[in-house]
Design a protein around this ligand. Structure first.
Ligand code: ZN
Length: 101
């Protein structure tokens, strides 16, 4: 005679199986998210956030900025605006920077 597992045992194994499936699903989603982030990064790298065209690097007062070849918008990476204003506490750039502080 084969012992039939008790309902508590069945519940326990079902719970373990559910936890295993949830963990596998979380891992699958995390991998998808990482792949999606990488895909978006590659898609948007050096593209204008306003019109989507290519950005090119330009030198402005010793700082490398990204300028759109189409709409001519100019984009700052983190710290570039501060570099531009450094040592110039008056002037337009300093006034613009003070808005973001
Ligand atoms: Zn643009």
């Amino acid at each position: 005679m084969v012992d039939k597992p008790s309902s508590k045992e069945e519940e326990y194994f079902k719970k373990l199986e559910l936890e295993r499936m949830k963990k596998a699903e979380d891992e699958r989603l995390a991998k998808m998210e990482a792949a999606e982030k990488e895909r978006l990064r590659e898609l948007h790298f050096m593209k204008c956030p306003k019109c989507g065209m290519d950005l090119m690097e330009v030198q402005y007062q010793g700082v490398t900025l990204d300028r759109c070849v189409s709409c001519e918008g100019t984009w700052f990476d983190k710290g570039e605006m501060e570099q531009l204003v450094e040592g110039k506490e008056s002037g337009l750039a300093a006034k613009i920077l003070s808005i973001f502080r």
